[in-house]
Design a binder for this molecule. Sequence first.
Ligand SMILES: [Zn+2]
Length: 459
Amino acid sequence: MSILDINSQRQQPLLSARSRSGAYWNEYTETMPRDQLDKLHVKRLQALLRYAYDRVPFYHDLYQGVGMAPEDIRSLDDFNKYVPTIDKKDLVKAQAANPPWGDSIALDPDYFIYHFQTSGSTGTPLRIPFSLHTQIQYGEQWAYLYWGVGIRPHDSFYFAFPWGMYTGFWSAYWGVRCLGGTVISGGGLTSEQRLQQIELLKPTVLVSTPTYALYLAELAKELGIDTSSTAIQYTIHAGEPGPGIPTTRQAIESAWGAKAYELYGVGEVGAIAPGCPEQRGCHFSEDQGYATIVDSSGNPVGHGEVGENVVTSYIQMAQPVIKYRTHDLVRAHYDTCSCGRTWLLYEGGVLGRTDDMITIKGTNVYPAAIEYLLSDVPGLGSHYELHVTSGRLNDEVTVKVEPVSGISANSYLQMEKSLQQVIKAKIGVTIGVNVVNPGELPRYELKAKRFFDHRPKKA
Ligand SMILES: [Zn+2]
């Protein structure tokens, strides 16, 4: 190739050597039968445990403390039973004892190409180092999503995001590099400037939080811009639940005239679960990690049940994460999905946090279970809030929800009754419903606050 041959340099993807066909970025792993996937997990977990034990004092001491050595783990059962789980606070503590990195890293910091950190919304921020290898692998997890939903190297991506110290959309950016598409950065711009760029430069993919996609569409309407007639064909989301909730997905899709997809990521672990192309939830990328969904005693839950997602990364080699409690509640589906993937499906995406669990008359209810049902009542919109208070014997829940525009206030009472009946029929609990006027609930730019927990804090 001559250096002057400009055409041959156009949009070279980072991972062009990998073979891919049809609907899959990597058909071989995405459709691998369960028994083969499990064999692969055992091999990779053994190698990872050895890597961490030999290189990371944090894991060496942890495993020695429980009398476990890497060679003791010979099956997934062994791994689930004998390897101790860790929590974010363990890594935060290790970093605080010896800043900035503590004894939980496996590489010399000379190898780090990025320093990220978590938002700190659930406590002290955790610092997250990336090596180049780690970053490209994180990016590839996004490429699984892009390719799976039909995005190709000729597409262009508009990042409506301020970037910052968060891993999420930086990894989404590296996903575009893996795919070979074009990046247009909306960093540092106002929402109005972003809309102007979208009209002028005609990107085909919008990358943002789900809340921001809705906010941008509402602002566009005020400015007389019709977002459904822009060139955007796909909207891609992360950072908060959204496209997994039917009312939110429908609102985004109709505002942008596009298909909305999500990726479930955990900053310190990876972009772990690209959304299912058939919008059934997110598939854990099983060639880059291992996940177990457990009940409150730490035992794996069965197919179709809800539990906490505990994950291990095969790609975060700078600061390994092994049996890491995410505190995210997910529903486990192990059957082959209708999209053809054999990878574990988190049906409906992330359903809530373990701390958000509500107990009503002995029934455990997670907030998303209520949110999903909003779309069962015609006329209810995508803006809502859940308020939980402690009653005398039980938690009490009230949902405030806006109707879509154009609904008469005379119908509010009927809509409240209908939603109560749907929730009673499907979850078996009674909650308060309050339909409020359109525009009454606050709007958010980056992430929406929908869950308001007024219960006394647990000690
Ligand atoms: Zn699927």
